[in-house]
Design a protein around this ligand. Structure first.
Ligand code: CDP
Ligand code: MG
Length: 135
């Protein structure tokens, strides 16, 4: 079934010049870019996006990272897109990410790990509504 998911090319990957390669991987997988833009988010917005992580020991550092510079916010569409994008990204911890995944290639650490993707239909819907309320 065709669905949508929400992706972030995180500030580390933008700074390192990997935007074009990462977008190409989605397109070569047959996924369609519905909309995208570059933004620098505030700590308040980061708390809304990562609400389930607020209060964790790593959250202050995660917030600092996600607000440190421009990121690219993307809505993708395709068959089974939520699971397929998570597979293209690889594991959160890049030392556990499969070879050839975006995180295996570009993540420096479990925090600075290049990309975000929604993990369920519910999170995709709420993240798309948060980032693109007019979509
Ligand atoms: O991004 P993903 O869904 O794979 O992982 P998560 O467990 O939902 O964590 C969200 C994000 O928090 C990660 O992608 C990391 O950037 C960050 N994180 C961190 O900074 N330190 C941790 N120990 C775990 C996650
Ligand atoms: Mg997650």
């Amino acid at each position: 079934m065709t669905a949508r998911t929400f992706v972030i090319i995180k500030p580390d990957a933008v700074a390192a010049g990997h935007v074009g390669d990462i977008l190409t991987r989605y397109e070569q997988a047959g996924l369609r870019i519905v909309t995208m833009d570059m933004r620098t988010i505030t700590p308040e917005f980061a708390e809304r996006h990562y609400a389930e992580h607020v209060g964790r020991d790593y959250y202050p550092a995660l917030s600092e990272f996600m607000t440190s510079g421009p990121l690219v916010a993307v809505v993708l569409e395709g068959e089974d897109v939520i699971a397929r994008v998570r597979a293209l990204h690889g594991a959160t911890d890049p030392t556990k990410a499969d070879p050839g995944t975006i995180r295996a290639d570009y993540a420096e650490s479990t925090r600075h790990n290049a990309v975000h993707a929604s993990d369920s239909p519910e999170s995709a819907a709420s993240e798309i509504a948060l980032w693109y309320p007019d979509l």
